[in-house]
Design a protein around this ligand. Sequence first.
Ligand code: HEC
Ligand code: HEC
Ligand code: HEC
Ligand code: HEC
Length: 453
Amino acid sequence: MDAIRRLAALLAAGFLWTAPAQADNDPQKSPEYCGACHQRIYQEWKSSAMGSDLANPIVKQLYLGLNGRNQPDGFGYQGVFPGHNGDCADCHVPTLVINERRAGRGDVNLATAIDQKLDHGISCQFFHTLADVRIRRNADGRYERRIFERVTLENGERKFGPRLSRHKGPQSRAHETVASPLLKDAKLCGTCHLNQEEKVLAISTYQDWKALYDAGATNDTCQSCHMPLHPAPVEVATGFPPREAVRSHAFPGARDAAMLQRAVDLTLDARVDGGELIVTTRVENVGAAHPVPGSGPIRNVILKIDATDAKGRPLAFVGDPKLVLPPLAGTGNPQTKQRDAQDWAGLPGRLYSKVLKGINPKTGQLQVGVPGFVADEVAFDTTLKPGQPDVAAFRFALPPATDGGDVVDVRARLVYRWTYKPMADRKLWTIDDRPMREEHRQLRLASTTAAAR
Ligand code: HEC
Ligand code: HEC
Ligand code: HEC
Ligand code: HEC
C-alpha cells in the first residue's frame, strides 16, 4: 500500500516537473488586500524599491537578456544560460519558489512569474508569515543559497509582528497576530541581501554588516537604519488608535537623497605648492554599517575633481595616474565613441565599487564589471568601509597668472550610480548621477605668489 502511494507520488512529481508554475496569487495574500486596512504601511511599501520590484523593467531585462528597449541583446541570465531558469526568482518572487519546491517542481522562470502575475513579489505576506530564517554555510564555506533552504514560511492565517497587537477589536480579527523577534532581527534581511553565486558572494551586505556588528563596531541593525521610527505615533491599521514606535516601511536606501547624504563625509583642501595646485580629498563612510556603495554588484560611487582657471578651462592633471577614473566611469558610446557629460574615464577622481569579473560562458570573453551570475572573482574592491577613509592628493599644473591662473576653482563631487556607465550604454539604460556630497573652493592667487612660482 505504502509502496503504491510512494510510486504514485513519484509519478505525480515526474509529471508535474514539466508543468508550468502554479500561481501563488491568492488575493488574500496580496499587498492590496493588506493595504485595505494597513493603508499607510501599504503606501510606504509601494513607494519602496522592494514594493516596486515586479514593475522594475531592469529585473526582467537582466534576467532575459534584453536591453532597455526590450530588444534581445544576449546579456542577461537566460541570454548566457539559455534554457535554464536559475535561482533568480528566489529573492524576487520568494513565495512562488517555496511553493513550487514544496510541490516537487523545478526552478521558476522569473520573467513568466512577473508577466503572468504568479506571485506578489517581496510582499507583506512573505515577511509577516516567516516562521524561521537560517543563514548557514556549507562545508565548503559557501552559504546555503536557495530561499527554501533559508526560510520556513507558515501557510496559516496568522501574521507575525514585532509585538502583539494591543487591540482586540472586531476588525483585528481579520487575522491572528503573533509577536516574533525575527521581525527585528537583521537575518530577516539577510535572507535576500546575501546572494551566494556559484563562484562569488555577489551580494554580501548581510555578511559585511554582521562582521561589524559582531565586532562591536555598530549597534545598528538593517531595520534601525532602513526602517526608521516614525517621529510621532501613527495608525498601524486605519481607524485604530495611533501607536508609538512604528517603523517606516518605505525602506529608504540608495534612492533616498537623505540616506545618500548621511552615508559619507567629504572634505576638500586646495593649496598651491611647488608651482602646482594640490587638491586633497578625504572620503569616509560615516553613515552605513556596510560598505558604500552597498555590495550589490554594478553599484558605484564616483568622486570627481574639477579644477578650472578663471576662464573656466580645466587645469592639466599632472598627478599619480592611479588617481584618474577607470573605464567603468564611462568611455563613450560603444558605437560612435562619442563621449557625453557622464563619461568620466581618464578624468581625475576615484571610483568606489566592488568590481566583479568573469569569462562569459557564451562568448568566451573576459568581462570586467559584471553581475554575479557571470562572475568568476572579485577584480578589485574599492568600496568605502566604515572607519577606513580614502585620502587622495590630486596634482594640477597652474597656468600663468596672466592667462587666467590668478583664480582657481576646485569642485569635488561625490555621486552614486546604480550601474556602471559602460553597462548603461550597452544596455541602453539611463543612469542619474545621484548627488551625495559636494565641496567647492576658490583660490585667489596673489600676483606676488603667482610671480614667485
Ligand atoms: C480587515 C482588516 C485587515 C486586513 C485585511 C489585514 N490586517 Fe493586519 N491588522 C489589522 C488590525 C486591525 C491590526 C491591529 C492594529 C493595531 O494593533 O493597531 C492588525 C495587525 C497586524 C500586524 C501586527 C502588528 C503588530 O506587531 O502589532 C501584522 C504583522 C499585520 N496586521 C499584517 C497583515 C498582513 C501581512 C496582511 C495582509 C496579508 C494584513 N495584516 C491584513 C487589520 C487587518
Ligand atoms: C539571494 C537573493 C537574490 C537572488 C538569488 C537574486 N537576486 Fe536580484 N537582487 C537581490 C537583492 C537583495 C537586490 C538589491 C541589491 C542592492 O541594491 O544592494 C537585487 C537587485 C537586483 C537587480 C537590480 C534592480 C535595480 O533596479 O537596480 C536586478 C536587475 C536583479 N536583482 C536581477 C536578478 C537576476 C537576473 C538574478 C539571477 C541571476 C537575481 N537577481 C538573483 C536579491 C537576489
Ligand atoms: C525576499 C527577499 C528580500 C528580503 C527578505 C529583503 N529584501 Fe531588501 N531588497 C530585495 C530586492 C530584490 C531589492 C531590489 C529591488 C529592486 O531594486 O527592484 C531590495 C531592495 C532593498 C533596499 C533598496 C536599495 C536601494 O537601492 O535603495 C533596501 C533599503 C532594502 N532592500 C532593505 C531591506 C531590509 C532592511 C530588509 C529586512 C527588513 C530587507 N531589505 C529584506 C529583496 C529582499
Ligand atoms: C548604520 C546604518 C545602516 C545599517 C545598520 C545598514 N545600512 Fe544599509 N545603508 C545605509 C546608508 C546610509 C545607505 C546609503 C548609502 C549606500 O547606498 O551605500 C545604505 C544603503 C543600503 C542599500 C543600497 C545599496 C546601494 O548602494 O545600492 C541596501 C540594499 C542596504 N543598505 C541594505 C542593508 C541591509 C540588508 C542591512 C543589514 C544587513 C543594512 N543595510 C544595514 C545605512 C545602513
